[in-house]
Design a protein around this ligand. Structure first.
Ligand code: AVJ
Length: 315
């Protein structure tokens, strides 16, 4: 058992003990998982990263005109920060605070960014942004711009997404701005292909969770008895990823025994897709007022800029 994380253990044991098995998607992102996600973004079928990056570079100057220079850019779940240079170059911030759960990955990326932006004060924070984050004191008095690209908001069910938006507001403060990427509802074939790439990278990403459980939590899950499944749930407007047992299996994790029937799944991720009105409503529910929104020519992806509203009387 290397790198034992009590929160990982608690989530896995609880998630496997319920009648419908589920493990939070955030546990995908160990170093290997983060690398596999980067590989997904290179898969031809996985359009969101490419489309969002192209959209961001097209509208970066418009964004900069609305944000102004001198802000502290706070990125939630920065990963490899691949889209960040586009934003940083345009908005000329006073500081950049990448927040990520994967510390090794965070430090690697922050270091790489430092060489491209020698003038920028980069202050990485290793934290789970789902739990309220306290910003470093250096940026306390700077105006803030939250950055939450990649449609990561889609990984949460609506109630959790709203909680998260409220927590961003608590972290960044009233008057702060938030730039958020949202993947839009589109043809189901395009959506399912994006999560079932022919190269099998998404499958590896999903299956890596089982390897991680075995390695870190003393599990003996027979990984070859599972397969990757990604389906479009139209009613819930989301792609669901599952790990499906292809035969009946018994295994243990940290000394606890579990059994799964053939065809039973562990639900590992939701990726909700939104209409523009849905996205605006979600922001409003989280206390953020829309300032501007942009979408690509094919309407695949949206970027929204919002402002943390002061509480006020409303009829
Ligand atoms: C990291 C939330 C953008 O939901 O599309 C990609 C992760 N999962 N392929 C997404 C993911 C499977 C992803 N985000």
């Amino acid at each position: 058992m290397t790198d034992f994380d009590p929160a990982f253990r608690a989530d896995v044991l609880a998630g496997l003990a319920t009648p419908i098995k589920a493990i939070p998607a955030r546990w995908f992102y160990d170093l290997r998982g983060s690398e596999l996600f980067e590989a997904i973004t290179q898969a031809p079928e996985y359009y969101p990263t490419r489309v969002e990056a192209a959209l961001l570079s097209r509208v970066a100057a418009e964004i900069a005109a609305l944000t102004g220079p001198g802000r502290a850019v706070v990125e939630f779940g920065s990963g490899s920060s691949a889209k960040t240079p586009l934003l940083l170059r345009a908005v000329a911030p006073a500081a950049y605070v990448p927040i990520d759960i994967s510390g090794d990955f965070l430090r690697q990326s922050a270091h790489a960014l430092g060489t491209d932006f020698p003038w920028l004060n980069v202050i990485p924070v290793e934290a789970d942004f789902m739990v309220g984050v306290t910003l470093p004191p250096t940026v306390a008095d700077m105006p803030k711009l939250g950055f939450f690209p990649g449609s990561t908001i889609g990984n949460m069910v609506a109630a959790t997404a709203v909680d998260l938006l409220r927590s961003f507001k608590a972290t960044l403060g009233v008057g702060a701005q938030l730039l958020i990427g949202v993947d839009r509802i589109k043809d189901a074939g395009v959506l399912t292909a994006a999560y079932n790439d022919a190269g099998g990278v998404t499958a590896d990403f999903n299956m890596n969770l089982l390897h991680r459980i075995n390695a870190e939590l003393g599990g003996n899950i027979p990984v070859d008895a599972f397969r990757h499944r990604a389906i479009w749930n139209d009613r819930m407007s989301r792609i669901e990823m599952h790990l499906e047992a292809v035969r009946a299996v018994d295994f243990s994790v940290d000394g606890r025994a579990f059994a799964m029937a053939a065809g039973e799944t562990i639900h590992t991720e939701n990726s909700h897709k939104y209409g523009l009105r849905d996205a605006r409503l979600l922001l409003r529910a989280g206390g953020w007022g829309l300032l501007a929104e942009w979408t690509d020519a094919d309407g695949q992806f949206a970027i929204l800029l919002a402002e943390a509203e002061a509480p006020r009387f409303a009829p």
